[in-house]
Ligand binder design. Structure first.
Ligand code: AMP
Length: 363
């Protein structure tokens, strides 16, 4: 099967009525501010939505057009793609779009122009590629263990795919690892197929900052637009119990993400933030051309040595951008207005259209 290539996307764009460009996305994840931001920049908007899930888009009045489907994964069906092209759509990918459409279909069957680099989505989804990109950017990542037998300190154990932390656990020895794998299987949070794919990494003790960057191809500049930290269940509740009671209740911690809150960082840490964002963008240009274009997120822990350690990346708009639908402290500094990630994407598309460089922003 041949991959969707840039020549094909460019010729679809050529056939578009640019004055009528629609910004479209799947109705989930970060679509509210993607659509709202597009409207603020003067675009028409369309949402592809599972029947019965359209209420938020109607009530928040962010979508001009609705493509209702039986299931989210139908966004890659040929009729839906045709409808999107007929509306001169540029699709903005997000975490749910990637999860429901599937990487293979996005790479091979989705013949609709997408904002950003469609090839880089695989690099966030596959841990080895993600690690390669981050390490080759010179960014500090948690140490990775190849075998559970080698566990010699606190480790975090993770499983493939963006699953919002479900099934993750902490262990300090091989025995504890085996016990917890058994308990996750029993709970059906992981299945037998996941076990050989367990990813074991150094547990980084610190505070969580998820940094939302935007790389503007038009300005060749990396912007910091916002930061969030996660609410995680049940660990956040568990730490409210005094240590001696924690031992008695015998609850095991889990790291399921249930929400996000906006944060700001100590100002003296910001040089590190720009350094990691700039480095990632530079190495992505070589490793996955055309690079990390548009929104991306580095999920980090800041240690008590004030070192920022990156444990995960999103190569598209991350769920935490929902904390600044009406702007963040950082987007205010840069734009003097309430700039969301969605609006920033739409502004780049608008400028791309004005400068006749849309082709550089789309794959
Ligand atoms: P993730 O799905 O990778 O974003 O991880 C979910 C949560 O697990 C994070 O928000 C952190 O609280 C925690 N976490 C992930 N990796 C590590 C690590 N290496 N050290 C400490 N905590 C981690």
């Amino acid at each position: 099967m041949s991959k969707v290539n840039q020549d094909e996307i460019s010729s679809i764009l050529e056939g578009y009525d640019k004055e009528e460009t629609t910004i479209a996305t799947l109705g989930s994840h970060t679509s509210l501010h993607i659509l709202k931001g597009a409207k603020k920049e003067g675009f028409k908007t369309a949402v592809v939505c599972e029947k019965g899930r359209e209420v938020p888009y109607q009530r928040f009045k962010v979508a001009d057009e609705y493509i209702l489907v039986d299931k989210f994964s139908d966004i890659v069906n040929e009729e839906v793609q045709q409808q999107l092209r007929d509306m001169n759509s540029v699709v903005v990918p997000h975490g749910s779009f990637v999860a429901y459409a599937g990487l293979d279909r996005i790479e091979n069957d989705f013949h609709v122009p997408m904002f950003g680099n469609r090839d880089i989505l695989r690099w966030e989804a596959e841990r080895d590629l993600e690690r390669k990109l981050i390490i080759e950017s010179g960014i500090r990542m948690p140490f990775k263990y190849d075998n559970a037998e080698d566990i010699d300190r606190a480790v975090m154990v993770k499983f493939p795919g963006a699953r919002g932390g479900k099934g993750y656990f902490v262990a300090s020895s091989h025995e504890e690892y085996d016990e917890k794998i058994a308990s996750m299987l029993k709970r059906e949070w992981i299945d037998e197929d996941d076990v050989p794919k367990a990813h074991i990494e150094e547990y980084v003790s610190g505070t969580n900052f998820c940094v939302h960057f935007f790389y503007s191809v038009l300005n060749d500049e990396v912007e910091v637009l916002g930061m969030d930290s996660r609410f995680e269940s049940n660990i956040d509740g568990l730490v409210r119990i005094p240590a001696k009671d924690q031992l008695e209740v015998g609850l095991s911690p889990s790291y399921v993400i249930t929400g996000n809150h906006p944060v700001v960082m100590r100002e003296s840490l910001l040089p590190q933030v720009f350094e990691i964002g700039d480095s990632l963008v530079e190495s992505a240009k070589d490793l996955v051309p055309p690079g990390m274009n548009g929104p991306f997120c580095l999920q980090t822990m800041c240690t008590d040595n004030l070192e920022i350690v990156t444990f995960e990346m999103s190569a598209r708009t991350d769920g935490g951008t929902n904390t600044f639908m009406n702007g963040s402290a950082y987007s205010y500094l840069l734009f003097d207005e309430e700039m969301s990630m969605g609006q920033r994407i739409a502004r780049e598309i608008k400028n791309g259209l004005k400068e006749d460089k849309l082709d550089n922003l789309i794959t």
